[in-house]
Ligand binder design. Sequence first.
Ligand SMILES: Cc1cc2nc3c(=O)[nH]c(=O)nc-3n(C[C@H](O)[C@H](O)[C@H](O)COP(=O)(O)OP(=O)(O)OC[C@H]3O[C@@H](n4cnc5c(N)ncnc54)[C@H](O)[C@@H]3O)c2cc1C
Length: 404
Amino acid sequence: MDFEKEYDIVIAGGGPAGLRTAIKAAEKKLKVLLLEKDQEIGSPVRCGEGLGMGWFNRLGIKPDPQFAVQSIYGAVLYSPKGKKLVVRFDKASGYIIERRIFEKFLAREAASKGATLIAKATVIDVLKEGEQVTGVKFVHAGEEFSVKAKVVVAADGVESTVARKAGLNTTNALYNVDSGYQYEMAGVKFEHPDLIALYFSNKYANRGYLWIFPKGEINGKNYGNVGVGILGSDTKTAKKCLDEWLETQPELKKGSKIIVNAGCIPVGGLLDKMTLNGLIAVGDAAHQVNPIHGGGMGIAMEAADLAVEVIAEAIEKNDLSDEFLSQYTKKWFELRGNKLQSLVKKRKMLEAISDEDFETIVNSLSGEDVLKLAGGDMLESAKVVTKKLMKNPKLATILLKYLK
Ligand SMILES: Cc1cc2nc3c(=O)[nH]c(=O)nc-3n(C[C@H](O)[C@H](O)[C@H](O)COP(=O)(O)OP(=O)(O)OC[C@H]3O[C@@H](n4cnc5c(N)ncnc54)[C@H](O)[C@@H]3O)c2cc1C
């Protein structure tokens, strides 16, 4: 095997969190080894593949057309009874990416900057000296290896075992986990091929929503991701919800299902402890996901940047203690975690809304209202809400019910 015995950073997992960690650490001239259990970095994909423009800008990633395959100009929201609200921006607000290709880009970038990456390499345990994590054990092509690291980064996703093996409590309540199921469908006609479509219905998507994320067009027909996210502990499976809903969509159900993917999404239960002596957890492994819509790629990469800043300083100061590394947790909560925590509260309020009340709310709003509400301008939002409440007193009763 072509790897060394000791690295500054060994990363378990080659998703967005691990790959971005590898790039940023290599840029700082740290010696990096990334181990990915699948035989191909970027595959299988378990994702709707939507990434907002804000993330491209914040992370300094150029939306290369090889992976940023469909510009998205907004969203169309469907109420349970099919009333739609179109929210369209003048400029692209994000992209649907081919994640398989995106991750290859990241992997190639990391390697070009000096990181070593190995696919089909499963981390099976951590090495420890007393309380200090000092490396990992992994299996590659049936053979077991050990490698030392100053810091181990657990970027092994929602089912993370690496941080847990080291002693970090990463368990999450089932209530805080959504279950997702998705088809990439082809040979269909999407009503709005440059908007994402979100369908709200407690019947087909308890606590979550169904989505269409368009990816492109060929011979006058569209293709894209059609999926659902629901409460993990729901009595129905996400697959059943999606299949039942597809039966209600005459155009969609004619399409071909060319990829099937399923996965869990942590939509709450942020870890208040994400480090140990010599270990940091990043991305889904640390439950760093937007609890309202379940998007986690951007958040994972942003957290990776922060983790590398802290690790680089820890290595420079030769202080690999939990106390030093825990600055990452503190800084991450200041940067992102506190906002996500407040979204968990909003998620709880939103998930309590009945289909009937949701219908009344949607019937009271226009796409323009939604744009103003989403714009974040308090005064604009207050004006919209006041105007609507005056027109429709029933709305006031509904709002009061859920705000309680
Ligand atoms: C159905 C669904 C739809 C989603 N849609 C979106 C969306 O549209 N937009 C968005 O931003 N987010 C979406 N998400 C969430 C997003 O996929 C995750 O938040 C994101 O992938 C987190 O990145 P990560 O690197 O932390 O974890 P992952 O992408 O899960 O990567 C972890 C990697 O670690 C590897 N690994 C695991 N164990 C080991 C081990 N022991 N040794 C070595 N390697 C290991 C895995 O094979 C994997 O490659 C969706 C999730 C699901 C399930």
